[in-house]
Design a protein around this ligand. Sequence first.
Ligand code: ADP
Ligand code: MG
Length: 337
Amino acid sequence: DELISQIAAGEVVERPASVVRELVDNALDAGATQVTVRLLAGGVRLIAVEDDGAGILREELPMAFKRHATSKISSLTDLESVGTMGFRGEALAAINSIADCVIRSRATGQNNAYLLDGGSGELQPVARSTGTTVEVKELFFSTPARRKFLKTDATELAHCVEAVRRHALARPDVGFAIWHEGKLVEQWRRCEGRGPALAALEQRLADVLGAEFVARSVWVDFQSSTSPGRSDNTPSIRVWGRAGIPDAARARADQQFAYVNGRFVRDKVLSHAARSAYDDVLHGQRQPVFALYVEIDPTRVDVNVHPTKIEVRFRDSREVHQAVRHALEDALAAPRV
Ligand code: ADP
Ligand code: MG
């Protein structure tokens, strides 16, 4: 079982940033409003992710590192419409097989917190407020071949920050902080209670991508309608967010953030649709930069395509392509001040 977990780890964990992503996913699934990431040596020596979410009950704690133990779905039908970031129950088991892991957690409404040692499986009482901290030390210590593939601490840190940035753009209602070697590297405050979702998103975009991005971008908000020719009552797709029209010199190709039902994805259908819209409206004079949120009936997208869940498969990629293309074309063609 240890070996199977290590093989799974090979698929899930490529570098420290992969661990950061999984741990932040879990914090968000637990309903955290504040997520703090602490790193040493680019995450190789230590990754600690602390949240103020629902925590884990003492009796459930020993399950956390067990393979295919997930508290998030209980049937295959749930898999059709998964609403959480995690659902495979693989990440912690995989990470625990290639690093020294410890969880500290206190569940909502409980008076006591417990520490679970991922190596020995021992439980002991500790003190902490409601929420969970997962610590991952000496990543790849038992698989030196993997460790050799890692880049410099600065590069690994940059990847870790990028992993948190992807979450931050999806969740303006959650605060994020990243520390490296005891220094605060990034801090994005939660933008809740400051008006509508759009205002919160605009604030978060300014914080994460810079005021320049917000100044040189337009709102996207598009709802596909059920086409008259279709009899199957296809649910509509909503595409919203902000699309940048930066000066050519300032365009950054790496500022393409696409989300499907709240999950960051890399997807050829989406990037091609964006490229087409920019080419149509701006005649290829601008690099597509955007934070785009696609909301689609969960049964029309399969998120269980890849262990890291960064790829998705649409049931009908044409309808998604059209929706994204139209959404961006409308936004980019609208008169601007
Ligand atoms: P998955 O997220 O796919 O369910 P994981 O291996 O990432 O699987 O996590 C295993 C289980 O541990 C989760 O289903 C959840 O019950 C629990 N867990 C992990 N991290 C946290 C956290 N930060 N807060 C609350 N529960 C957590
Ligand atoms: Mg998970």
